[in-house]
Design a protein around this ligand. Structure first.
Ligand code: NAP
Length: 324
């Protein structure tokens, strides 16, 4: 696709449910993860994963139930998460598939706060951002799946001040009143530069950037000495038909002896277990809040995906399939 994706970019195909071979399992998918990165996976060219080829099943994370298994580590009835695609059933060899404990949280949470987006927030903030107690932390996309967790983890780990940036008064109210951020800038209505000055009097030690574009440029103007800018994503640029726009104010990194570092959550796979256990504990204790929004039916996929780019979701957006 060029620019924004459209319904006509996808075909719906029905075929018989496959039988698992030796060492394989068959998963009945219950929830599919909707992620801004899906837009990038549809582009040609070099990236961190190969593009989804024409005619292939659209790549997607999912969570579901094992309905048949010839795999020694998975039994019928297990709930599992993995990259299963936008489809109702998936055949897997078990690679990248993890069991989930449904006593801990409902299934959609394993695609969000206890899944890929929560882990992204955790490692991005603590490892890449090297957040320390007392830091001023700013998070864009603050009412979304990654952002809501990044800001809460910052509070839990002792940040001095956590400021969100989100679109609209309802989202900002959610970020402050329900998630416990200290303040939230409504980038659609507020004077962003003025509010950054007001809410970050000691400047910004960690900027967790989910959006790129003009917001990144404005936060660069407010960096503290030795600041860390965590390049998690740039959703404002993903559908740009004329190419992405880079930051103009990057010399603020030099002035402030600051750094900006990109990262991919997949590089932390060996530590997922430890981080998920820690976050699961916070969730149980009520220190970490989560929110998921559920769309229904495979047929709703393209429109549901577009909600992310229109800012129509609060929290983690998932698609329920197979009658859930
Ligand atoms: P999300 O925040 O739940 O949903 C996307 C949100 O982005 C929307 O609700 C909207 O909120 C905001 N948005 C959309 N267009 C925007 C624009 N033009 N300017 C500013 N904000 C805009 O999505 P998510 O899954 O948590 O992903 C957040 C970011 O993390 C994305 O950039 C994604 O690619 C990235 N990510 C990176 C990794 C990694 O490993 N590096 C892993 C997962 C996700 P508003 O209403 O507030 O605008």
């Amino acid at each position: 696709p060029d620019g924004m994706v459209k319904r006509e970019d996808f075909d719906y195909v029905e075929e018989a449910v496959p039988e698992p071979g030796d060492g394989e399992l068959l998963v009945q998918i219950q929830y599919i993860s909707l992620d801004p990165a899906m837009r990038g996976w549809m582009n040609e060219g070099r990236s961190y994963v190969p593009p989804v080829g024409l005619g292939e099943v659209m790549r997607a994370g999912g969570v579901g139930r094992v309905v048949k298994s010839n795999h020694p580590e998975f039994a019928e009835g297990d709930h599992v998460t993995g990259i299963f695609g936008v489809q109702e059933y998936a055949l897997s060899d078990g690679g990248g598939v993890f069991k989930v404990d449904t006593d801990l949280a409902p299934l959609p949470t394993f695609l969000g706060t206890l899944g890929m987006t929560g882990l992204t927030a955790y490692f991005g903030l603590l490892d890449v951002g090297e957040m320390k107690e007392g830091d001023t932390v700013v998070v864009s996309g603050a009412a979304g799946a990654v952002g809501m967790v990044a800001g809460q983890v910052a509070k839990i780990k002792g940040a001095g001040r956590v400021v969100g940036i989100a679109g609209g008064p309802e989202k900002c109210a959610f970020v402050v009143d329900e998630l416990g951020f200290d303040a939230c800038i409504d980038y659609k209505n507020d004077d962003i530069r003025g509010k950054l000055k007001e809410y970050c009097p000691d400047r910004v030690d960690v900027y967790f950037d989910n959006v790129g574009g003009d917001i990144l440029d404005m936060v660069l103007l407010r960096l503290a000495h030795g600041a860390r800018v965590v390049l998690c994503g740039a959703i404002s640029q993903y559908n740009a038909a004329g190419g992405m726009k880079g930051p103009a104010n990057y010399m603020m990194l030099l002035v402030n002896r600051a750094r900006m570092q990109g990262f991919l959550v997949f590089d932390y796979a060996s530590r997922y277990g430890q981080a998920a256990r820690e976050m699961g504990g916070w969730l149980k204790e009520g220190k970490l809040k989560t929110r998921e929004e559920v769309e229904h039916g495979l047929d709703a996929f393209p429109d549901a995906l577009l909600k992310l780019f229109r800012g129509e979701n609060t929290g983690k957006l998932v698609l329920a399939v197979n009658g859930d």
